[in-house]
Design a protein around this ligand. Structure first.
Ligand code: OGA
Ligand code: NI
Length: 340
């Protein structure tokens, strides 16, 4: 517990063990926070503009690997309650969090700090994290934090809505790719996990990171980033900031969607920077295939003029390699690429 950034950071200078090497630290560059990451109005997908929305999502996923959605159908009250209960969790007194803190990677619901490799990593991340599965909900909910008292009730409702939203977006993507209806609505999207990030105010944001550069290893991520800036996406070798928008979700393409689409959709590298003024709390809802699900480029995309870029594999094989490669993009996908 004493390792959590939130338990010791007050009035301290940044410890050496949190200082990134010059080539990976954010530095003092001003990163453009312009609205280049596309914003998609999902309400239009219900009406005659559906084709245009499909096209917009497809292009955003191809070009950036990221987009934001507004008018997404998840109630604003539920989103506010959820964000509040996430913040309340991190603000609980130490004794209420002690039972959930664990360094045992096998614990399905756990509070930890930095990354799963705290004891072996060279530099620590300026964040605390709570992670737990959401499927099957009836069983998972029993292992979620018992406090704050409304955590289980609110987060259960939220996880149902986040999954629905994810499936809606996957359906639009599948339409755009020509994969037909329901393509992703099975084992490919069966597993769901919530990963909360809490980044306390940091004494020197130029030297450290909240999350270092990575791609999400799953299918699709629905991120609730709240109203504090910190997310950056790598596009053509430059970092661009993702502006926090009121009542929006950030959506990004995971490695598996890149593979299934045979590189038509892009899984973009991203990171989170810290700030010196306010704490930032975010919640990533990861939609993933089940462990034994077979992943391969969709058969209908492969034809005379297109050959598969990847071989078929079990999702758990990918995860094992991903963890081992500690988020290195090339090394994460290399063993699954077909050459020739
Ligand atoms: C993640 C992630 C970004 C953020 O949890 O995978 O990229 O802004 N988080 O918290
Ligand atoms: Ni991520």
């Amino acid at each position: 517990m004493e390792k959590l950034v939130s338990s010791w950071f007050n009035n301290k200078t940044l410890p050496q063990s949190y200082i990134f090497p010059p080539e990976t630290r954010p530095g003092n560059h001003v990163i453009p926070r312009c609205n280049t990451i596309p914003v998609v109005d999902l309400s239009k997908a219900l009406a005659y503009e559906r084709t245009a929305v499909v096209q917009q999502i497809l292009e955003a996923s191809h070009e950036f690997g990221f987009f934001q959605v507004i008018n997404h159908g998840v109630s604003e009250n539920l989103v506010n309650d959820t964000m509040n209960v996430f913040k309340e969790f991190f603000e609980l007194p130490a004794e209420d969090k002690a039972g959930i803190y664990s360094e045992d990677l096998k614990r399905p619901c756990r509070l930890y700090t930095s990354s799963p490799n705290f004891n072996s990593e060279k530099v620590h991340l300026w964040r605390d994290s709570l992670r737990h599965p959401c499927h099957p909900l009836k069983e998972c909910i029993k292992i979620w934090p018992p406090k704050p008292t409304r955590y289980r009730e609110i987060v259960a409702a939220y996880s149902i809505e986040a999954k629905k939203l994810g499936l809606r977006i996957l359906e639009l993507l599948s339409e755009g790719l020509g994969l037909g209806s329901g393509f992703f609505g099975n084992k490919l999207s069966e597993s769901t996990v919530l990963s909360l990030n809490h980044y306390p105010p940091c004494p020197d944001p130029s030297l450290t990171l909240g999350v270092s550069k990575h791609c999400d290893p799953n299918l699709l991520t629905i991120l609730l980033q709240g109203d504090v800036y910190g997310l950056q996406v790598l596009k053509d070798g430059e970092w661009i900031g993702v502006e926090p928008l009121h009542n929006a979700f950030v959506v990004n393409i995971g490695h598996q969607l890149e593979i299934i689409s045979n590189n038509k959709l892009k899984s973009a590298e991203h990171r989170a920077v810290t700030n010196s003024k306010v704490a930032r709390t975010t919640a990533a809802f990861f939609i993933s295939p089940s462990d034994d699900c077979i992943i391969e480029p969709a058969k209908s995309l492969i034809g005379t003029d297109e050959s598969p870029v990847y071989r078929a594999f079990e999702f758990k094989e990918f995860l094992l390699n991903y963890i081992y490669m500690e988020g290195n993009f090339e090394k994460s996908v290399e063993p699954f690429k077909l050459h020739g």
